[in-house]
Design a protein around this ligand. Structure first.
Ligand code: PMP
Length: 385
């Protein structure tokens, strides 16, 4: 029995072969750092980083690759936004569906005098953009939302929230963890100030890589939380003010940059529309089969529109952790159970503290694998009744 990997919301697997090949090419044939040498392999590294920034900017509707900061991951990008922007006395708005990559830094900042409010989402995980407007205060300095929920799959109406933030003159930041690569994100069209994405989920690159896209105005006023050597302006002991060096200190993850660049090229070649359609078809296929299964509850929307490929099942008559263990041991189906680092989302959906079993297909998932997963859910739910 070969495994059926349905945990792409945690990290996508497998990766396109070009990703591994690019990382191997770096490790065996390049080896040089970026910004720190003029020899040919160092130029190769610099060019690869630039190609990656350009590809990500094309993908996310940003016109300046210098404002695409390469990060060690999405959690770092979100910390850079929150800790670099909010000051004591500031107020921040988030949704009730946020991941702990947002909530934990916010809790730290709360102890330092920052306040925040959660815009409540409905039982499927959606917020009403007008609720964002209603909660804006005179000292609100940032609105930050998970574009897609890693628990229910709900995708928020980011363009509508962007319009409200623009009207109110408040920076709007998006956590693209569950949408980047397979759904449209239009940085400039939606009026974003910041977008943080992981490289290893829908973008299909290696872990330990991410990107933080910034508007020039937001970047100018954002304080870097890490400073250090950049290979540039080395006569100065202060951080260079220009982009992207201002936010990129230390020798970066170069194998990661090579892999991420190959992954971004794969996404561009495949097309976001095709990726989204594949995800939507598989999600709809799974939901159609789960709909009549007694003994389970879906924590999220049944409809296919405005939802990502995250299917969270709450076994009413079985322990979710035991159900996930049976899925692996008896069916070879790999899922993630529990709270998915998002306790507030589970409170919103009514699945706290027991959590759910999450199925998340990816680009390499087949219809047959989805059918096998749906059958397994039905069997486990039936056996427990
Ligand atoms: N936000 C959301 C919505 C997520 O799903 C995740 C990953 N589970 C993160 C943030 C954190 O991303 P990473 O672990 O890649 O840093």
């Amino acid at each position: 029995m070969s495994d059926i990997y349905l945990d792409n919301a945690a990290t996508s697997f497998p990766k396109p072969p070009a990703v591994t090949q690019a990382m191997l090419r770096y490790m065996t044939g390049v080896g040089a750092s970026v910004n720190r040498g003029v020899y040919a392999s160092a130029q190769d590294a610099g060019m690869t980083a630039l190609l990656l920034r350009e590809e990500l900017c094309r993908l996310f509707g940003h016109s300046d690759p210098a404002h695409c900061v390469l990060t060690p991951g999405n959690t770092m990008g979100l910390n850079m936004i929150l800790r670099g922007w909010l000051r004591p006395g500031d107020h921040c708005l988030v949704s009730s569906m946020e991941h702990n990559a947002v909530m934990r830094p916010l809790r730290d900042l709360e102890a330092a005098g920052v306040s925040f409010d959660r815009v409540p989402c409905n039982g499927e995980g959606y917020l009403d953009p007008e609720d964002v407007r209603r909660r804006i205060r005179p000292n609100t300095r940032l609105v930050l939302l998970a574009h897609g929920s890693n628990v229910s799959g709900a995708v928020q109406d980011a363009p509508a929230v962007g319009r409200i933030c623009r009207e109110c003159g408040i920076p709007f930041a998006l956590d693209g963890a569950q949408t980047a690569g397979h759904r449209e994100i239009d940085f400039e069209g939606w009026g974003l100030s910041a977008l943080s994405v992981p490289g290893h989920k829908g973008l299909m690159g290696p872990s330990g890589m991410g990107a933080l896209l910034l508007s020039p105005e937001f970047a100018r006023n954002l304080t870097p939380i890490i400073t250090g050597g950049t290979g540039s302006a080395s006569d100065l002991e202060t951080q260079p003010p220009y982009m992207p060096d201002r936010f990129e200190s230390g020798t970066p993850n170069l194998p990661g940059i090579y892999g991420f660049q190959a992954a971004a090229a794969f996404i561009a070649q495949t097309g976001t529309a095709a990726l989204r359609e594949h995800e939507a078809l598989l999600t709809a296929r799974m939901l159609a089969q789960l709909r009549d299964v007694p003994g389970i509850r879906l924590a999220g929307p049944w409809e296919r529109l405005d939802r990502a490929g995250v299917i969270s099942v709450d076994f009413r008559t079985a322990d979710n952790a035991l159900a996930a263990a049976r899925l692996e041991q008896e069916y070879g189906i790999l899922t993630r159970c529990g709270l998915h680092c998002a306790p507030s989302a589970h409170r919103t959906l009514g699945t706290f503290p027991h959590g759910t079993v999450r199925f998340s297909p990816g680009w390499f998932t087949t219809a047959e694998e989805i059918d096998a997963a749906a059958r397994a859910v039905a069997e486990i739910a039936r056996a427990q009744r």
